[in-house]
Ligand binder design. Structure first.
Ligand SMILES: Cc1cc2nc3c(=O)[nH]c(=O)nc-3n(C[C@H](O)[C@H](O)[C@H](O)COP(=O)(O)OP(=O)(O)OC[C@H]3O[C@@H](n4cnc5c(N)ncnc54)[C@H](O)[C@@H]3O)c2cc1C
Length: 375
């Protein structure tokens, strides 16, 4: 899997990257994805580490030539950092998912709304486990403003099927479309925009183009980001599927007696995943296991029964962290290891993306001089 990811990455760097900024907004359909990288399923599990990707690209291109792509990768970093500073947003999302089963909702999740593009995207999501970024924006906008369905159900629906499903990018993007992330500013999908950027594949779609943003006046204050360490403390470490990076980490893992790999089953998740997504994650874990010889797959009971303290590769806010908070009696005894790059970047994620963007030169400077992740 690491090799496959590497090949796809090289193919994109050689053939797609130069034209990325010109064509990235077009969704030409599932059979034609050369205008974007399609790497998110690897990046979201760190089969490809986003910082290594940026370093690799900047070793070949000047930033000005590839800044749009680099910026998009930093959106992921930024969203993650933003959620780290506001745990409550994730908590509120999980706690406010309504139980809902009316006809409109059933039609939406079964791709039977009669809105051709939307119904096609539902099928694509279920069969390809991916949607183009622009289609995700249109989809979420139609879901919220034309079908009048709760955004939380849409966010859950995406998480169920996306191979790249990510607590921060997904939740915060849905909030952004709804107009509650940047309060008072919603994203309204327009027929003309869909027509143009699907290369005329979809035309004459009737949408609510005058929708107002949803209202949510709750102000989230900043919380302290969890303290992360860069050095080993215990003899065993637990990893989730959210960070399976092996590049440059072999000797770090070799210092442990055991590297335990844990993938939560649906019984331990608030947002249930489709079998295809769980199986994809299992394949990634297996790939890690064949790279790191002292690694073992464990289950939820095994971790609850680990009597001694252990290190945890920090899984970030989301289901995995919820599981640890719920099931480990003395969470403060765990020693959370984090990548230096995350710790550095997240300091710029307290405000809007514009503020993060202003600091990209400092971030890049840091990345180019700091490639020794944990030591
Ligand atoms: C409603 C909605 C939900 C989303 N949910 C997710 C999600 O669960 N997981 C996820 O990884 N992305 C999510 N995104 C962001 C984005 O759509 C995907 O990252 C992108 O489409 C992946 O395709 P790609 O790898 O070809 O991206 P490219 O355009 O080739 O971009 C390269 C990489 O940059 C990152 N990236 C690009 N755009 C964004 C963005 N807007 N936000 C965050 N990271 C970005 C991804 O890691 C991506 O692989 C969501 C966007 C929206 C509007």
């Amino acid at each position: 899997m690491y090799e496959k990811a590497d090949q796809e990455k090289l193919e994109f760097i050689q053939n797609g990257l130069k034209e990325y900024s010109l064509h990235r907004n077009y969704d030409f359909g599932p059979k034609s994805r050369k205008n974007i990288s399609n790497l998110s399923k690897y990046i979201s599990h760190r089969i490809i580490n986003e910082y290594d990707l940026i370093r690799e690209i900047l070793s070949q291109y000047k930033l000005q030539k590839v800044d749009k792509f680099v910026q998009e990768v930093f959106w992921r970093v930024y969203w993650k950092g933003w959620l780290e500073h506001r745990h409550e947003v994730w908590r509120d999302f999980i706690n406010s998912i309504p139980s809902y089963s009316n006809e409109d909702y059933k039609n939406a999740i079964n791709g039977k709304t009669g809105i051709e593009c939307f119904d096609d995207w539902v099928n694509e999501l279920k069969t390809e486990n991916y949607l183009h970024n622009h289609s995700r924006m249109w989809f979420a906008s139609i879901w919220i403003f034309t079908l009048n369905l709760p955004w939380e159900l849409g966010a859950r629906f995406f998480m169920k099927y996306l191979f790249d499903g990510d607590a921060a990018s997904n939740t915060l993007s849905w909030r952004w479309v709804a107009g509650i992330q940047t309060q008072g500013k919603n994203y309204v999908a327009r027929e003309s925009n869909i027509r143009k950027f699907t290369n005329q594949r979809y035309m004459n779609i009737a949408l609510n183009e005058n929708a107002l943003p949803l209202e949510n006046h709750k102000i989230y204050s900043l919380n302290e980001v969890r303290q992360l360490h860069t050095k080993q403390k215990y003899k065993n470490i637990v990893l989730f599927e959210s960070d399976l990076n092996v590049n440059g980490r072999q000797s770090f893992f070799e210092n442990y007696e055991n590297v335990y790999l844990l993938l939560l089953e649906n019984t331990n998740r608030n947002l249930k995943l489709d079998d295809a997504v769980l199986n994809f994650k299992k394949t990634l874990q297996e790939a890690f296991k064949s790279e790191i010889t002292n690694s073992k797959i464990i289950n939820e009971d095994d971790i609850k029964n680990l009597n001694e303290g252990f290190d945890v590769l920090y899984p970030a806010i989301g289901e995995n962290m919820d599981f640890l908070n719920r099931e480990i009696k003395d969470i403060n005894k765990l020693h959370f290891i984090g990548a230096k790059e995350d710790i550095f970047c997240w300091q710029y994620s307290k405000k809007g993306f514009f503020n993060f963007k202003k600091n990209i030169p400092q971030v890049i400077n840091f990345l180019l001089h700091e490639d020794d992740l944990f030591n």
